[in-house]
Write a protein that binds this ligand. Structure first.
Ligand SMILES: [Mg+2]
Length: 311
């Protein structure tokens, strides 16, 4: 019987996001393909160091310990490296003791077309092209920044994720009013529409999947294995529409910060998430100095089929 991914939270990750192998990537760009492959084969038993997203992946996989005999999360390596290099990547998986058995090495082809086949809910990469194409297909995707220079080896038991609101969890409809008509028009619009739930953004479906796991864990009692935060530049009176939209979706977020123009990075430093998602470099860039961060690009095609169920 085939292994069914549909009921799992499937996260796909590129090998350069999971492991630190940019030196090899430079070789790939500057040497012949044969020289590059020979180099990788000659170092097959030298595992790659941890990459930007490895602490997050470790924390996600730890969720499987909550439900013995049944997995909640599946992580798939989706790499456009050559298959020959796959041996070194999977040796590195074993070295870092990661519970990952599924991988695809597709030799330079775009990865986005395979996301639906794996039922991927979140894709993380260091390739802007791949992240853009994933978002265009309606899959939540983040372009990873370099990890913070001084972060302790992850010993947090709890998976912690922080999200921006507009153009991440929610669509960018309101954001565009702000950009095109200014802050006063934005506040007028959000106040007038406070009772109308916003449309789903690129990360709505992923947040929904996280919220479902949280709900199940709340039913079982015990310590919460996941904690979420929303850190948005909005402030009152634009806060109300955020809270009412999430209520309408049946999603509870543990902490919400309405920053009103105050820099997000110090709040994020305290919340200390495994990952922070924001569509704007002005927020995600400074945050990445303190916490692992990823930028969410604007999907080029309408309109987030992955998040469509939230209306
Ligand atoms: Mg935003």
């Amino acid at each position: 019987m085939s292994y069914d991914l549909t009921s799992l939270l499937v996260v796909a990750i590129s090998s350069t996001a999971l492991f630190e192998n940019r030196a090899e990537h430079d070789l790939y760009l500057n040497k012949t393909l044969d020289d590059y492959i020979d180099h990788q084969i000659s170092r097959e038993n030298e595992p790659f160091a941890a990459g930007a997203a490895l602490p997050l992946i470790r924390a996600l996989l730890r969720l499987n310990e909550l439900t013995p005999g049944r997995r909640l999360v599946e992580v798939v390596i989706l790499s456009n490296m050559e298959p020959e290099v796959g041996v070194r990547v999977m040796n590195s998986v074993e070295h870092h003791k990661l519970d990952i058995t599924r991988a695809a090495f597709i030799g330079g082809e775009p990865v986005a077309k395979y996301l639906a086949a794996y039922n991927v809910k979140l894709f993380l990469s260091r390739s802007e092209t791949d992240v853009q194409e994933a978002l265009d297909c309606g899959v939540a995707a983040g372009l990873l920044y370099d990890p913070p220079a001084r972060r302790e080896e992850d010993d947090m038991k709890q998976l912690r994720i922080a999200f921006d609101g507009d153009a991440v969890i929610f669509s960018d409809d309101s954001e565009r009013i702000y950009q095109e008509q200014g802050i006063d028009a934005f506040y007028r619009h959000e106040k007038a529409n406070a009772e109308n739930p916003m449309s789903a953004g690129p990360f709505a479906a992923f947040l929904h999947a996280i919220a479902e796991i949280q709900k199940e864990c709340r039913r079982q009692g015990g310590e919460a294995p996941i904690r979420t935060a929303l850190v948005t530049a909005r402030s009152s009176p634009a806060h109300k529409r955020v809270i009412l939209t999430l209520r309408a979706w049946g999603i509870r977020i543990d902490e919400m910060f309405f920053m009103g123009g105050v820099s997000k990075d110090q709040i994020l430093k305290q919340f200390n998430p495994h990952i922070f998602f924001d569509d704007q470099h002005a927020h995600a860039g400074p945050a990445s100095e303190f916490v692992p961060s990823a930028r969410v690009l604007t999907p080029r095609r309408p309109k987030n089929p992955a998040g469509g169920t939230h209306g």
